[in-house]
Design a protein around this ligand. Sequence first.
Ligand code: FAD
Ligand code: SF4
Length: 471
Amino acid sequence: MNKNLQFLEIKRMDPKVMPVPKRVKNYREIYGHYSTRNAAEQSGRCIECGNPYCEWKCPVHNYIPQWLKLIEENKLFEAAELSHQTNSLPEICGRICPQDRLCEDACTLNDGLGAVTIGSIEKYITDEAFKKGWKPDMSNVRQTPFKVGIVGAGPAGLACADVLTRNGIKPIVYDKYEEIGGLLTFGIPPFKLEKEVVLKRKKILEGMGVEFRLNTDIGNDISFNTFKSKYDAVFLGMGTYTYMKGGFNGESLNGVHDALPYLKSNVRKLFNPKNNFIDMQGKTVMVLGGGDTAMDANRTAIRQGAKKVYCAYRRNEENMPGSRREIRNSKEEGIEFLWNMQPIEILGKDKVLAVKFLKTKSQKTHTGDRGIPPLVIPNSEKIIKVDSVIIAFGFRPNPSPWFEENKIKLDSIGRVVLNNDSQYSHQTHNPKIFSGGDMVRGSDLVVTAVFEGRNAAQGIIKYLGDKKKKK
Ligand code: FAD
Ligand code: SF4
């Protein structure tokens, strides 16, 4: 086969997806795995265009064409080694990155021919390499005497720990939850990311020298000053956990839930069936919001056996922030979307009975209608009867009381402001403290949190190296 025309003869083929009637009855990941042959063929579709836009659009700038070539040539361990040079959680990003607006959107073949299945191949590389016994090569690491305390075992904290340990610096990662992963474990549902994948990564990181101290809330179980005094530098990757509200009547009625506690309770029940959880079985549910969290709530309610799930969003479908793939999956699983609907009140006395909306229309500009509130159409009220409402309006930071005394500066919405005058990447205004992920950027993506955690680790390595030289 002519290599340059392989993309014409071999069509894009995603891994098999579980049929809808089966997948809504369980919480397993809905996408299957490539065989070695499928992975090689799909990798071979890359035309090596010379200007890899995919690499630029990928937030961690993965060496995509190079590892595709290695998989085409069946060099799995080399591909795994290369993939880990830029990404600390490749098997996770391969599963849950919105590839349709990142790497695959930028693929030269994404022009009617079908982009290379970059995400699925990235997932294949690490899953398969782990299965065959591959581990990151730590044989050349020279240990230093430095120790870094990390607050938060989410993607940012894990990525920071990964880079530090590969550079001989001991990371000790604290989290207030009972398991690592942050939102990977206690947010994103298992049908997108099975928890075994995160636990496998935990084992790998522990094998590389990362130490975890779980069930430990820094600031409560240990004062921040005591914590800070134990380490040569500190990284904060604490995420954003203030739930946004709609500001209308009825939000505190019984039967109205914030999306994250709802999703978290479902995961905890899957960990241990004796745990209490918020159950939507037999209910008519209204999910308010249009992002990934809303899609996850929709699909969880369906799996719990909800009678009917509506998802209402105040703009049109085109302008929904959720990944296209997740919107498609929600539709397939039976969610009824109500676009251009602005909730104005949740009705009920002791408990929720209905949601009142006004219809909206988009205000189009040359850049679309993102960022501009849609126009509410007067006298367009609509009331929809429901048993439960799940609010998924996004998250804001939740700065800790000890930030101020530690000179950690914040912006007007509570995000950590990095010291732009510093020569050390991701340093805050307190030289010993570095930060990254959602608490710096605002709620975003796993891959951007990974990028920031890795960059912060580079900042810490340089900071500690310079400190040593000055001694
Ligand atoms: P987090 O993942 O929030 O981790 C922060 C950690 O810090 C938590 O474990 C927390 O317990 C810990 N912590 C906080 N304070 C303390 C303290 N004082 N002491 C000890 N520990 C502390 N992104 C995608 O790319 N794809 C998706 O499909 C996707 N789906 C999502 C679905 C949902 C429901 C949500 C909520 C988010 C989703 N995201 C998705 C976004 C993504 O999960 C986040 O951007 C990412 O997890 C941020 O990583 P982080 O490390 O900054 O924070
Ligand atoms: Fe694509 Fe995300 Fe992987 Fe980058 S990390 S190549 S954006 S799936």
